[in-house]
Write a protein that binds this ligand. Structure first.
Ligand code: CU
Length: 154
């Protein structure tokens, strides 16, 4: 991946906006993440303070490809369950949004969307332990190799 000078400058700006000084400007319990046609999320880490009773994650697909070809979702798991959930998600298929129905290892998940679409999921943080080791991933077949990140709570 090539990071241009402008992109680097934009990242510095985003980092500045995300600093505590500007915390009042955005609800820390509302998170945004994007996926693209290059099979990438735009964030490798999402952080939520322990004070959030519930969290909303909004996923944007900024690409153009349909969900059958480049579908993305956002699935939250304990780090230890990452590989098992990725495998059973693939088997579950698009009709189930690549998540096995009633999979207790899945702490939260969005629908699977295609280019230009947006979806969101709101969940209670009572399913999480502050300081726990959590990951998120896209369970569309093969995507978790690139589309993964760390979810920090508390
Ligand atoms: Cu994906």
């Amino acid at each position: 991946m090539t990071v241009t000078r402008n992109a680097a400058a934009a990242l510095v700006l985003l980092a500045a906006l995300a600093s505590p000084r500007y915390a009042h400007a955005a609800d820390p319990c509302q998170l945004e993440i994007s996926g693209n046609d290059q099979m990438q999320y735009d964030k490798q880490v999402l952080t939520v303070p322990a004070s959030c009773k519930q969290v909303t994650v909004t996923l944007h697909h900024t690409g153009k490809l349909p969900r059958e070809a480049m579908g993305h979702n956002w699935v939250l798991v304990s780090a230890a369950d990452f590989n098992a959930v990725a495998t059973s998600g693939t088997a579950a298929g698009l009709a189930n949004d690549y998540v096995q129905p009633d999979d207790k290892r899945v702490l939260a998940h969005t629908k699977t969307i295609g280019g230009g679409q947006t979806t969101s999921i709101t969940f209670l943080t009572s399913v999480l332990k502050p300081g726990g080791d959590y990951r998120y991933l896209c369970t569309y077949p093969g995507h978790n190799a690139l589309m993964r990140g760390t979810f920090k709570f508390g």
